[in-house]
Design a protein around this ligand. Sequence first.
Ligand code: P5A
Length: 450
Amino acid sequence: MSPISQSHRMSNYFLPTLKETPSEAQIVSHRLMLRAGMVRQSAAGIYSWLPLGLRALRKIEAIVRDEQAKAGAIEMLMPTLQSADIWRESGRYEDYGKEMLRITDRHGRDLLYGPTNEELITQIFRDNVVSYKDLPKNLYHIQWKFRDEIRPRFGVMRGREFLMKDGYSFDVDEASARVSYYKMFIAYLRSFRRMGLKAMPVAADTGPIGGELSHEFIILADTGESEVFCHSDILNLPVPEADYDGDLGPTIESFTQYYARSDEMHDADMFAQQVPAEKQLTARGIEVGHIFYFGQKYSTAMNAQVAGPDGKDTPVHGGSYGIGVSRLVGGIIEASHDEDGIIWPWAVAPFHVGLINLKPGHEGCDALCESLFETLSQNGLDVLYDDRDDRAGAKFSTMDLIGLPWQAVIGPRGAEGGEVEIKNRATGEKHVLVLDAAIALLSSSPDSAK
Ligand code: P5A
């Protein structure tokens, strides 16, 4: 059972759903996250995560952690607040401009709420690693960031405070640094796929992070803020295996052979030359990840050197790798919903099963519901049990809104024959099954039925 596996009764849960569509929300994921009681805004671009939203966030984190571990990255945790001094060393303290939230403590010392952590990890690295023999290293954390975006919008998609997985690799030379980059490239494709998303790597601009080599991972969505230009065949490539010991070059090449670029990198002439007209895809999307190889940019500025095989000190070669963990919650909803609400992919669903008791207080209904609730929970499934005294219609629409993959409905008639009605949220398909058969069906992902 996963450590976050947990079932709840709605009568003592906290799920403040909204019937009305909130007027401030411009895109569907934002509307649904508010309506489904997942988040509440605290200030512009700053959100509280209510229990249902937090569960989705944690499931996304778990997938990220698992794939990072497979690729050899090691988790740690850096603070949200950083000293301005290290940013002065790298030269980014001034460069970052108004997006950086600057704070002064009671002693008059300059702090900042970290928008990213290249400086802090470089400081930790240089103070603790001295030899190439300790390389490569890839360290990551999942931590809140703050960027004082001029126009926070679309809910958690462009927040000011947001949760990022950010990782940093250290290598002795460029060739091995590329391997570290390739590993993250593959790990990212795998992570997004496990969340039910098809993410496309596109060559990207490096902006304030720096360097020459960079890819954004984009999921296609009309409401996305990024525009991409690509050869449509890139969307049909298989997701790579987690085989990180072999030669990763050919796998990466299978993706990078296709023209696929963000709008900043787009070259219309090259696009026309390299991509046949019928394969040219211009689309909007959501950037859910971004990886960078920036070589010795930070290590030179901040004096992070290791002794190489020849005994000489050289600045290490670095890369950084970001996943928008909180943005992904919105991104997944943008990619998977209908007019009634969210449709969670199994792997990131806040609960697997929504159990509806149509008549709480009715002996047969209560007994069958309790039995199902207990068995499913013991089997490691996360169940949200609607045991409240409410109208059937209201219960159905709440379950559709919050979008759990399975709904299990028990009413007086079925209870008599020991029967449960199961609904697949994605397809709407229904089955009436006896308890054991219901348990078997509910224990498996319905995603393949989509
Ligand atoms: C890579 C890790 C970086 O910051 N430094 C550390 C590099 N890259 S990035 O592209 O700027 O950000 C990484 C990912 O974070 C998400 N993101 C956001 N999510 C919500 N609201 C925001 N304002 C926001 N800004 C960035 C994106 O998914 C991005 O790819």
